[in-house]
Design a binder for this molecule. Sequence first.
Ligand code: IMP
Ligand code: MG
Length: 173
Amino acid sequence: MMELQIEELISQEDLEKRIQEMAEELDRVYAGKELRMVGILKGSVYFLCELTKRMKTPVTLDFLSVSSYGNGTSSTGVIHFNKDLDESIEGLDVILVEDIMDTGRTLSFLMDVLQERKPASLKVITLLDKPSRRLVSIEPWMTGFTIPDRFVVGYGLDYAQNYRNLPYIGVIE
Ligand code: IMP
Ligand code: MG
């Protein structure tokens, strides 16, 4: 694809420092428990790996994938599963791990669907949050970085499926 200019917004060093703090906070909150961490494919995988490998709390992993229907520029807010969880979450302490919360529609839909499966607890962690774009009333339980309304890539986040493997968060110029 065409080479685009990318300006660094959050360095790899700052990402890793913040993720270390988040891991320590999770260990404090979930001390003595076990956690099911659910990654939302594909954007959350870099964050999920970096976070969980810094945690001491016993963790099991599962993944799901969703798409939102829309006409390209405006999403209709209708979301469907491409891939559901492999395992039941009933009675488990569950954390949904997302790359970025934008309008909030994806996580609001997922919280409703997963809550019906009767987890012991269900919380949302996002690496990035763009609160200025919110259309649905939902807040993450824990956020890595709050960012302005810019389109970002890297550390799992894509532009047309590219740039996920950048080790930092960048803004497309
Ligand atoms: P929401 O339902 O609007 O909160 O959508 C969140 C999803 O939109 C994320 O999981 C990303 O896939 C995508 N997204 C939102 N903002 C960005 C961005 O700045 N860069 C890359 N993907 C984004
Ligand atoms: Mg995504």
